[in-house]
Design a protein around this ligand. Structure first.
Ligand SMILES: C[S@@+](CC[C@H](N)C(=O)[O-])C[C@H]1O[C@@H](n2cnc3c(N)ncnc32)[C@H](O)[C@@H]1O
Length: 208
């Protein structure tokens, strides 16, 4: 079932609550290092165009802008975008639904960070199909999202995530993104599981 926009994201406190909650979940320094690492992995240069889908409050957007790359950042929440605009004034922000986003100019890089788990399977596959159409042939995308964790704390982590995320998060934690990416015509590269396996980083290219 397509997921209706979460009304929480339209409240003016949403970006501040999101920032506090995400720092509390992963630990502020671990989250900051993850964001730095993801942006490093994109290997951006000032000649490139990068697209961030579901940019939220702009914590990653400002890092993308700092690389010098031309940054387009998309979110369907006006409240989240207001904070993001203040944080990353150099980005080109678009209030839009990622399942319908189009651009006349392609991108060398696309980033989807912690947002696909809010969509149902059909919407996720549609976004991934669009990612394939928006990427240049030599470009790549990174999808970063929650994973089911590892070790003895695994079931506690699952219960914890279940308590505040929509039910679609379970499919993403169980590995649905890999299958959906292939369905969308993308080639999956070597995945990583940082932060004790609680996060998945999936590199994607347009299949030859
Ligand atoms: C959990 S936040 C993540 C923000 C950011 N990527 C980060 O890692 O800090 C998810 C964001 O995705 C946005 N979002 C959810 N569904 C969307 C859609 N279909 N199109 C565009 N944005 C969407 C929400 O409005 C929210 O700002």
């Amino acid at each position: 079932m397509p997921q209706p926009p979460n009304p929480f994201y339209e409240t003016f406190v949403a970006p501040y609550v999101f920032d506090l909650l995400s720092a509390a979940v992963f630990g502020p320094s671990s989250l900051a290092s993850l964001r730095d690492r993801v942006v490093d992995q994109l290997m951006l240069t000032s000649e490139m165009r990068v697209l961030e889908l579901g940019c939220g409050s702009g914590a990653v957007t400002r890092r993308l802008v700092a690389t010098g790359a031309q940054t387009v950042a998309v979110d369907r929440s006006g409240a989240m975008l207001r904070r993001a605009r203040r944080r990353a004034p150099g980005a080109d922000f678009r209030l839009a639904d990622a399942t319908a986003f189009e651009s006349a100019q392609p991108f060398q890089r696309v980033l989807c960070m912690f947002f696909l788990h809010e969509l149902d399977s059909g919407e996720r596959t549609e976004v991934l199909r669009r990612v394939g159409r928006l990427l240049t042939r030599d470009g790549f995308a990174l999808v970063v999202d929650v994973a089911d964790g590892g070790g003895p704390a695994r079931s506690a982590w699952r219960r914890f995530v279940d308590s505040f995320e929509p039910p679609t998060v379970r499919e993403v934690m169980a590995g649905a993104l890999l299958r959906e990416a292939v369905e969308a015509g993308l080639q999956v590269g070597d995945c990583q599981r940082p932060l004790d396996g609680r996060v998945q980083v999936i590199p994607l290219r347009v299949a030859p």
